[in-house]
Design a binder for this molecule. Structure first.
Ligand SMILES: [Zn+2]
Length: 123
C-alpha cells in the first residue's frame, strides 16, 4: 500500500466515524438524569428509544474512542519539542522545534490537537 492509499484509507475511516457519530443522538442530557437513578448495586435499569443510527454508533463507540485516543497519544509522542540550537535573542527561552516535523514549537500538529477539548468534562 502506498502512503497516498494509506492516507486515503485513514481519511475515509475518520469521515465514516464522524458521520456515524453525528447521526447518533447525544446522550449528554440523558446521562445527567440517569446518574441520579443509580441504584444501591451501582446500576440503572435503562429503557431507551434507540434509532438505527444510535445502534450503529453505540456498537462501534468503545473501539473507536479507544482507537482515537491511541492515535492522539501516538501523535503527541511523535511531535515533541527539541532544542533547535543556534543563537537566539533570549537565552532563557531557547528556540525549540518539533523533532517530527521540524516546525517551530509548538508545531501546527500539537497546536491543532491542543484546540481539541470538546470531549472534556464540563465543556
Ligand atoms: Zn510537529
Amino acid at each position: 500500500m502506498t502512503d497516498e492509499e494509506r492516507e486515503a484509507r485513514l481519511r475515509e475511516r475518520l469521515q465514516t466515524i464522524r458521520a456515524r457519530s453525528a447521526k447518533a443522538s447525544s446522550w449528554r442530557s440523558s446521562t445527567q438524569s440517569l446518574t441520579r437513578l443509580v441504584n444501591r448495586d451501582g446500576y440503572v435499569a435503562v429503557k431507551a428509544r434507540l434509532s438505527r443510527e444510535d445502534i450503529a454508533f453505540i456498537s462501534g463507540a468503545r473501539d473507536e474512542v479507544l482507537a482515537f485516543a491511541d492515535l492522539a497519544l501516538r501523535l503527541l509522542d511523535l511531535h515533541r519539542p527539541q532544542e533547535a540550537g543556534g543563537i537566539t535573542s533570549d537565552p532563557d527561552r531557547p528556540l525549540r522545534r518539533c523533532r517530527a516535523c521540524m516546525a517551530r514549537w509548538p508545531c501546527p500538529t500539537v497546536r491543532t490537537m491542543a484546540e481539541f477539548d470538546c470531549g472534556a468534562p464540563g465543556s
